[in-house]
Design a protein around this ligand. Structure first.
Ligand code: NAI
Length: 308
């Protein structure tokens, strides 16, 4: 029997990119278990983005169907505008709607900054960041028409906090934060909510990286957060959550109170003199939008918006 608080996706269609393995597979299984019709997208290449194949997406669809769920495989690449359109068109063709988009597909081309070839930069940007536009635009269109939608992008600690050898990946993963911010604002009036997950899990992408943590970090540990962010119960938007091994925590960008010097521009030496006040995070605020930041600044200037 369903309780009022049960998180269910009956009658809803969910697109998960890169759902043929790792985290995406875990998300697909959970959404399907909770009643969603799932479009299991996966190009089926290797961790560096080379090659393709139907095997991974087909396998996950078989698992879902065997468990009594509904799923359709799709093998288009997220990395091109045509691919993005085809993925959303497949969901609309099979399910007639798109309620949730989880953009999870990813590849790695790790090299120290001077060694990154243009293709290492372009390909990683294409799969992580540009793909969020290619799949996101047609999905957003469908959600706007329905006046309902949930979008979850996949960020990473490598971008939010940095990691050696991942300049391309880190920049792409943090670019998604900017996209999330703006889509949260543009989608608000259409019932579209957009959030980011920064996961940690044992997958082929991380098998050599996690060391002693490996055992604890099942992809299934991240899936409940993504299901929650994808559900109608979640009205949050423009937020970032770290998840792994059963630990869930908000990541946020705060604005410190800062130092204010009215009048003429100060000398650089004044910055040096006040840098500890400028850096001090005590009493920080978390702006929800760029306009929020302006209001905070106006307050600091003693000029309340709309006031005199
Ligand atoms: P994974 O390699 O197991 O899964 C990624 C999937 O994306 C693969 O099945 C792959 O075939 C698919 N894919 C790659 N390029 C594609 C394309 N152009 N079109 C469609 N599908 C494509 O890796 P994992 O770990 O499950 O990663 C999932 C997401 O989580 C990625 O965005 C990754 O960057 C991110 N992430 C993972 C972390 C972890 O600890 N595993 C840490 C931080 C972020």
């Amino acid at each position: 029997m369903n309780h009022q608080s049960d998180i269910r996706f009956d009658g809803q269609a969910v697109i998960i990119t890169g759902a043929g393995a790792g985290l995406g597979r875990a998300y697909a299984l959970l959404f399907a278990e909770r009643g969603a019709k799932v479009l299991v997208n996966d190009l089926g290449g290797d961790v560096h983005g080379l090659g393709d194949g139907h095997g991974p997406a087909d396998q996950v669809v078989r698992e879902i169907v065997a468990a009594g769920g509904t799923a359709v495989a799709n093998y288009d690449s997220v990395a091109t505008p045509q691919g993005g359109k085809a993925i959303v068109a497949a969901a609309l063709q099979h399910f007639g709607r798109v309620d949730v988009l989880v953009h999870n597909a990813g590849i790695l081309r790790d090299k120290s900054f001077p060694k990154l070839a243009p293709a290492d930069i372009r390909d990683v940007m294409d799969v992580h960041l540009n793909a969020a536009f290619w799949v996101g635009q047609p999905a957003f269109e469908a959600m706007k028409e329905q006046e309902y939608g949930r979008i979850v992008f996949t960020s990473s600690s490598s971008g939010l906090f940095g990691n050696f050898g991942q300049a391309n990946y880190g920049a792409a993963k943090t670019g998604l934060i900017g996209l999330m911010r703006v889509l949260s604002i543009e989608g608000a009036r259409y019932g579209i909510r957009v959030n980011c997950v920064a996961p940690a899990a044992r997958t082929r992408m991380t098998e050599e990286l996690l060391g002693p943590l490996t055992e604890r970090l099942d992809p299934g540990h991240v899936a409940p957060l993504v299901a929650y962010l994808g559900s109608s119960q979640c009205d949050l938007t423009s937020e970032i959550y770290s998840a792994g091994g059963g630990r869930f925590a908000r990541v946020f960008l705060g604005l410190a109170p800062g130092w204010y010097s009215p009048g003429d521009p100060v000398a650089p030496e004044a910055i040096a003199q006040h840098i500890s006040t400028i850096r001090n995070t005590d009493g920080f605020k978390i702006p929800q939008t760029g306009m929020d930041e302006i209001e905070i600044v106006l307050e600091a200037f003693g000029m309340k918006p709309g006031g005199n």
